[in-house]
Design a protein. Structure first.
Length: 746
């Protein structure tokens, strides 16, 4: 770097810092910055464009273009050269702007006389805030040093925007994080919540982007990088021999942490006048831009690693830990890119809502959120960059929508909705102790689904008759190693204690497909949902199932016990699993442990094939539970995890209802108990239709019991069945429209 340029850019930064220290209003500050930048860079024009909303940029200050254009000239992202810079975060540097691809002439600015154009993104931690431009009449490309100088100004601008330095006049000038922001994600768990943002990983705030003493900054950087390297090495040591994926991530961390070129670029940034933390951020933004455009998924994954590493380094430098000492706000709504099930459990029921930037419906975090009945929105794009700790936020889990910093209209509408939900809850609690008896006198038995000890209090509050499905995989998923038998026995025993004699159906471990144990070697399967999962794993590697069955028998300790096996596709699988249970019983008997006073062994009907099993199966199995989530995905060949298809087929499709009718008929003919425990059991309309088809036991999330019971008590199942049958005879694809019409008119 030539000595002269170095001092020029340092001089520019110093002037910029003095300017920022002056008392002035938002617009005035921006005006001074463009003036100063044009003057220092000896260009006729300098302009600042900031995002007005997610895809519109607005000219917010200019030196050299027509003053009337300020706050008038706007462009969409991708439009014109400025829009091009904003779209990908790439620099545009051209001697002949009108000839450059994408150029769009803005008559009101008077820019036609300027030939050369240099535009750089204003961005912070991967968030695009705007574009900074210089233009001049002389047709020339800007030198690398000039580009660099402008980038540094943009970087300081970004920091200052974050700190709210331009708040004051005009909406476009408010800091990004003060405007309302709407995010459409997907539903993870229904329910509505209002509260305040609590960031799982708080943003780092850099208050000193410009520094006077480069030697001191270099030292600070070196010390911080040393600490970082030691930390990464320690993590690596701790992870040796463990999970391969975690190791891979840590190895990538180490590679980045030891990268000479990364270090060299940051040293150069400091030499030009940036503080150590500003240098880290600048390289983080640049790397994001570079890697973000790489089509390779593996490399993009590494982008996260590099981000995490830069965040660690920033935390070391600023002293702002992951724990900032900030107090959790009232009614906290947790915001995270993603979160593990264990961490989520630690937060527990204190959270009012959860919003994740990533995550899928079947992810462990989603399972835990559901168990805790906390409204959850997944795949909420940009939420971690947009939300600040303490921000007002409203989460609509039903629609998968998040209102961040909502305006008054949204707040009023949302509160109306919450009040309605609350009223409905009151209505449900008034029928809490009444049976789910229909108008035609049929009584439907309502049970709840559970998976954690934390679920059990709902047994009392919802007045469920029992636990129709206790998913046992969570105890396996939230640990770093296989739980021990004694541990499991203790948990299961606690569940039975809490159930106070109500029936609990334990489902044996259902892993594979979307539920992968961190400590079990993952198998790469082309179609995991159709792959080696649930009972298939249990029968091929019976060790874990044997341990679990023993834990269940010990937990029962002479009390009644109900156990069912997941994903049974044919009779012989049930027989083999049942034989394991018999062996376990025999072992307990020999050891002198008490045997359950009553043992029921059942199967989940989750594959169409089992509905066609021989009569002998239906005679032998003690009860069946229809796992509608899986059964429906196989019936329609539509992946329940795939957003593109998972809502494509209606549960009230006549073919599916006819299939359910057939299963019930087979169970009736052999006197086999049958229930339904998929998500549809908890949807009131679906639930009454399932009951109309003949199901008398439904198991659902505890929060669904009230709404389902309420509707059942107002329905005549015989009439509803006539409506369904008439639709089937008429050849309808789904009975939904007719059922809704029937409900509306009755
Ligand atoms: C089902 O498949 O319907 C079911 C209840 O099991 P899971 O959702 O745990 O696969
Ligand atoms: Mg299932």
């Amino acid at each position: 770097m030539p000595e002269g340029t170095e001092s020029e850019s340092r001089k520019l930064l110093r002037r910029l810092r003095d300017l920022m220290a002056e008392e002035s209003k938002g617009q005035e500050r921006l005006d001074k910055i463009v003036h100063l930048t044009a003057d220092s860079m000896k260009t006729e024009v300098c302009s600042i464009y900031l995002f007005r909303d997610e895809d519109t940029l607005e000219l917010c200050a200019t030196e050299g273009l027509k003053a009337e254009a300020v706050h008038q000239t706007r462009m969409r992202i991708g439009e014109g050269l400025v829009g091009r810079v904003a779209r990908h975060g790439n620099i545009v540097n051209t001697a002949n702007a009108p000839q450059a691809p994408g150029f769009r002439y803005m008559a009101e600015t008077g820019e036609e006389i300027y030939s050369s154009f240099l535009g750089v993104p204003i961005q912070r931690l991967g968030e695009m805030l705007g574009v900074l431009v210089v233009q001049s009449k002389q047709a020339r490309e800007f030198t690398a040093d000039e580009v660099y100088a402008l980038e540094v100004v943009a970087m300081v601008l970004a920091e200052m925007t974050e700190l709210g330095a331009f708040v004051g006049e005009g909406a476009a000038l408010s800091a990004r994080h003060t405007q309302p922001f709407l995010i459409r994600g997907i539903t993870g768990q229904e329910g509505a919540a209002e509260g305040h943002v609590w960031l799982h990983e708080p943003r780092v705030v850099v208050t000193n982007p410009i520094a006077d003493d480069p030697h001191r900054e270099l030292e600070r950087l070196k010390e911080a990088v040393d600490k970082l390297r030691i930390g990464v090495d320690e993590m690596l040591e701790g992870a040796m021999g463990g999970d391969a994926e975690q190791l891979e991530v840590l190895q990538a961390y180490r590679m980045f942490a030891n990268s000479r070129s990364w270090m060299r670029r940051m040293e150069e940034d400091i030499a030009r006048g940036l503080s150590a933390e500003a240098a880290v951020e600048k390289e983080q933004s640049a790397a994001r831009t570079r890697l973000g455009q790489v089509p390779d998924a593996y490399l993009r994954e590494r982008l996260h690693d590099l981000d995490d590493l830069s965040n660690r380094l920033l935390r070391i430098l600023t002293g702002q830990g992951a724990v900032t000492g900030a107090e959790m706000p009232e009614d906290p709504i947790l915001i995270a890119r993603n979160i593990g099930p264990g961490e989520l459990l630690e937060y527990g029921r204190g959270l009012k809502g959860i919003v994740l930037e990533e995550g899928s419906v079947g992810s462990h975090a989603a399972i835990v959120a559901r168990a805790l009945a906390i409204p959850l929105v997944l795949q909420a794009k940009r939420v971690t960059t947009e939300a600040l700790n303490g921000n007002h936020i409203m989460v609509d889990g039903d629609q998968g929508v998040v209102h961040l910093r909502p305006d008054d209209n949204v707040v009023a509408a949302f509160r109306d909705k919450m009040a309605m939900l609350h009223k409905a809850q009151e209505r449900y609690s008034s029928i809490r102790d009444k049976p789910a008896e229909t108008l035609c006198g049929k009584i439907i038995s309502l049970h709840m689904n559970a998976g954690l000890m934390a679920d059990l209090p709902s047994l009392e509050s919802s007045a469920a008759e029992g636990v129709g499905l206790f998913r046992t995989e969570l105890q396996f998923l939230i640990r770093n190693q296989m739980p021990r038998r004694t541990e499991l026995a203790q948990i299961y025993s606690g569940v039975l204690d809490a159930a106070k004699g109500k029936r609990v159906v334990f489902r044996t471990l259902d892993i594979g497909s979307d539920k992968v144990l961190p400590y079990m070697k993952a198998t790469d399967e082309p179609n995991p949902a159709l792959g080696w999962r649930a009972i298939r794993v249990a029968l091929d590697r019976p060790g874990v199932m044997r341990m679990q069955l023993q834990a269940l028998l010990r937990a029962a300790n002479g009390r009644p016990l109900a156990v069912m096996f997941p994903f049974i596709a044919q009779y012989s699988e049930y027989e083999q699993a049942r034989a394991e249970m018999d062996k376990a019983l025999e072992r307990e008997r020999i050891l002198g442990h008490p045997l359950p006073s009553k043992l029921e062994v059942g199967a989940m009907l989750e594959t169409p094939s089992l509905a066609f099993a021989p009569n002998a199966f239906f005679e032998e199995v003690e009860f069946l539970s229809i796992g509608g989530n899986d059964l429906k995905q196989f019936f329609f060949a539509a992946d329940r995890e795939n957003e593109r298809v998972r809502r494509r087929y209606d549960t009230l499709n006549t073919s599916f209802l006819t299939f359910i009718e057939m299963i019930i008929a087979r169970c009736d003919s052999t006197g086999t108990q049958v229930s339904f425990c998929g998500e549809d059991a908890g949807r009131p309309i679906e639930a009454i239709c399932l009951a109309a088809m003949g199901l008398r036991t439904l198991s659902m999330r505890p929060a669904s019991i009230g709404p389902v019971k309420h509707l059942l008590r107002r329905t005549n199942l015989d009439e509803l069945r006539e409506v369904i049958d008439a639709e089937r005879r008429a050849g309808a694809e789904s009975v939904r429209a007719a059922v809704m019409e029937y409900l509306r008119t009755h």
